[in-house]
Design a protein around this ligand. Structure first.
Ligand code: DP6
Length: 364
């Protein structure tokens, strides 16, 4: 177990009468897990290590204006897609409040937050990874600018990832581009349960430009919140074996990704996706999140792969949408495959052509 970095810092507070005003904005992407995080301990500690691709086109863009709080404690207005949103406002205010020991300055400010996602809100794509990581980037950037700390990018990112994790576990991985591990694994030194760890150096070139076409099967809201789903793992009879398997899968997957071994990549990522859903199906209460069209698409992918020999595979989130994964070199063939065989199974929202991305970006 890594020792917890001590981010409590009473010095990060403005002198009375010297509280600044300003504005900043960041964009931060979503990510898709290849080995899944499903099950956690307090406080936001994963039961097993996970690894994901950070995406490129599916991101949250958030602008924060801050000024002295007139009440003398944290004030907030939150606008999502231009509309004041009381649910996000309360969630974000609680999140900031919970960070009072790490960023004491939050209690001296009024925040006006404007946020939007590039992907449709109702598409069932996890927005907590992008939404929470973008807030973490902004809080750390405020600290950096206003208190001249976190000058070193490694320290800056690590703290941002630590903070993002407290907002949503998967968000800890969105702080970095490419392939990111969150959760301690003995096969990679430097990994931690407390923050994400970027893995890009040793990865075979084929995986550095991997594509993720997100096939939107059902536009409905998610039926099970992540919080509830993770909690159900505490009483799932297969949980212990699952956590052990995740360690083994991560180790084997990493080796495959160093070697450029797409066959092993496919075997492990597809098994991870089905195992995630098997965990939901074997919890009490149980959840069935795949839809008939999810299975139709998976069947078509199996057949297409068998027929063509092309390394196209799928993974799933905690929902019915299918993430189709493949190397950039076969984009044209896959596009044709979608048009010929898959579009009839999609919701009116269609699909999002995404790919591995570089991570968060400062825009203001
Ligand atoms: C199925 O990160 O959304 O997408 O920490 O409670 O916010 P919280 O959960 P969250 O869980 C993500 C679960 C997953 C798998 C993964 O991304 O690893």
């Amino acid at each position: 177990m890594n020792s917890e970095p001590d981010y409590h810092n009473t010095a990060l507070k403005f002198a009375d009468g010297d509280i600044p005003s300003g504005k900043m904005a960041w964009r931060s992407p979503s990510n898709i897990a290849l080995v899944k995080y499903w099950g956690k301990k307090p406080v936001q500690i994963p039961q097993n290590p996970s690894i994901s691709f950070t995406l490129s086109k599916s991101y949250s863009e958030t602008e924060v204006s801050y000024s002295p709080a007139v009440s003398g404690s944290l004030e907030m207005e939150f606008y999502f897609d231009g509309q004041r949103n009381s649910v996000f406002e309360e969630k974000t205010a609680n999140f900031f409040q919970s960070l009072s020991d790490v960023f004491p300055f939050v209690n001296q400010l009024k925040f006006i937050i404007r946020s939007q996602n590039t992907f449709p809100h109702s598409a069932g794509i996890a927005s907590s990874a992008s939404g929470m990581s973008v807030l973490a980037m902004i809080l750390c950037d405020m600290e950096r600018q206003l208190f001249s700390t976190l000058k070193n990018d490694v320290d800056f990112r690590r703290k941002a990832s630590f903070i993002a994790r407290l907002g949503s576990g998967s968000a800890s991985r969105s702080v970095y581009g490419g392939l990111v591990i969150w959760g301690e694994t003995e096969v990679v030194s430097g990994t931690s349960d407390l923050y994400g760890f970027p893995m890009n150096e040793e990865i075979h070139e084929i995986f550095t430009r991997y594509q993720d076409t997100i096939l939107l099967v059902d536009a409905g809201e998610k039926k099970v919140s992540s919080r509830v789903g993770h909690g159900l793992m505490n009483s799932n009879p297969y949980a212990g074996e699952r956590f052990k398997q995740a360690h083994e899968n991560l180790s084997e997957l990493l080796q495959a990704m160093r070697d450029g071994d797409t066959a092993t990549f496919i075997r492990i990522t597809e098994s991870e996706a089905l195992t995630l859903h098997a965990m939901m199906m074997t919890s009490q209460p149980y959840f069935l999140l795949m839809k008939p069209n999810t299975l139709q698409i998976i069947e078509r992918i199996f057949t297409f792969r068998e027929k063509t020999g092309l390394p196209v595979s799928f993974t799933l989130d905690a929902g019915p949408n299918v993430h189709m994964l493949y190397p950039a070199a076969i984009k044209a063939e896959v596009k044709q495959f979608i048009e010929d065989e898959l579009v009839s199974f999609l919701s009116p929202l269609g699909f999002i052509d995404d790919e591995v991305g570089k991570g968060p970006e400062k825009i203001l």
